[in-house]
Design a protein around this ligand. Structure first.
Ligand SMILES: Nc1ncnc2c1ncn2[C@@H]1O[C@H](COP(=O)(O)OP(=O)(O)OP(=O)(O)O)[C@@H](O)[C@H]1O
Ligand SMILES: [Mg+2]
Length: 271
């Protein structure tokens, strides 16, 4: 465990070279590459976005896997995004992050770090304020939890099997469309637009889901964990939005029978 001063011109690549790389140097190249990407992106975020004073890095390695926790004492990621995007609810920040290409500093950043890091590791989680967001590679569902406690700053957790065959290139390639290898495709976990027992029925919920996704050529709405959707919600996404964006490919994934039926109904409505 090491603490770094965020006011001291801290550079993520130097911390990587001197303190982290030596602890993972014997791992296969593809595994080390993923750690290089994830660690430097998440430490860069603490340096560039947190407005904190210090960051604590913890690495734990077993025979099976390695985990790293990066914890800053800044404003808190969800709170910052909520403030900058003027979102009604801090939980909406999680949905915005999951869409990708979200940055509060477009002159210096592109909003790729968390999108790709969260999809490269076996487990990825962010804890900040009273919100816990988690993404696991082998699980279809993302989840967001409201905790009782409050944790200031931002804590990022990453875990990866020491012998995974995954490569960072595979992950980047799965979010490009066509052959330009650009970040042109996103997969949006629809479940993150749904809070508690609330059902996805309204056009305003649909608009929240759709905000900003026109930055992509291809958007896949992942319905894992969503039991049902209402007619107006479905119409807004699969008819109105599609009609407004004929250049985009809008698709769905993991829709159960009821959801799939609602989608088909919207897509086949002529107006
Ligand atoms: N540790 C943090 N503290 C506060 N806000 C953060 C933190 N990390 C990320 N953020 C917020 O989340 C946004 C998205 O982060 P992400 O790493 O995905 O993109 P980015 O850093 O803006 O761009 P890129 O990673 O492509 O350089 C940031 O723009 C910032 O607003
Ligand atoms: Mg970043």
């Amino acid at each position: 465990m090491e603490t770094y001063d965020l006011n001291s011109n801290l550079a993520e690549d130097i911390v990587w070279d001197s303190d982290i790389k030596p602890l993972v140097s014997d791992l296969p190249d593809n595994v080390r590459d993923i750690w290089l990407y994830g660690f430097t992106e998440m430490l860069n975020n603490a340096i560039d976005h947190s407005s904190g004073q210090a960051v604590i890095v913890q690495l734990q390695r077993t025979a099976i896997d390695t985990q790293i926790i990066i914890n800053d004492d800044g404003e808190g990621i969800f709170k910052k995004i909520q403030r900058e995007l003027q979102l009604h609810d801090e939980r909406h920040a999680v949905l915005e992050l999951a869409k990708g290409k979200l940055t509060t500093d477009p002159d210096r950043h592109t909003g790729q770090g968390i999108f790709f890091t969260s999809r490269m590791f076996d487990e990825f989680a962010i804890l900040s304020g009273s919100i816990y967001f988690s993404h696991e590679f082998n699980k279809a569902e993302d989840w967001i939890l409201e905790r009782d406690g409050f944790k200031s700053g931002t804590t990022v957790f990453m875990k990866l099997n020491n012998n995974t065959s995954r490569t960072s290139k595979q992950v980047f390639d799965s979010f490009s469309s066509g052959d330009d290898y650009a970040f042109t495709k996103t997969v949006v976990p629809v479940r993150l637009a749904q809070y508690g027992n609330e059902r996805l029925v309204s056009r305003s919920q649909a608009k929240r889901l759709l905000a900003g996704v026109d930055k992509f050529k291809v958007v896949v709405f992942d319905f894992a964990g969503v039991d049902a959707i209402g007619q107006a919600f479905s119409d807004e996404v699969f008819r109105v939005f599609k009609k407004q964006h004929p250049e985009m490919q809008v698709m769905s994934l993991n829709a159960n029978r009821d959801v799939a039926q609602m989608i088909r109904r919207a897509e086949s409505t002529d107006t």
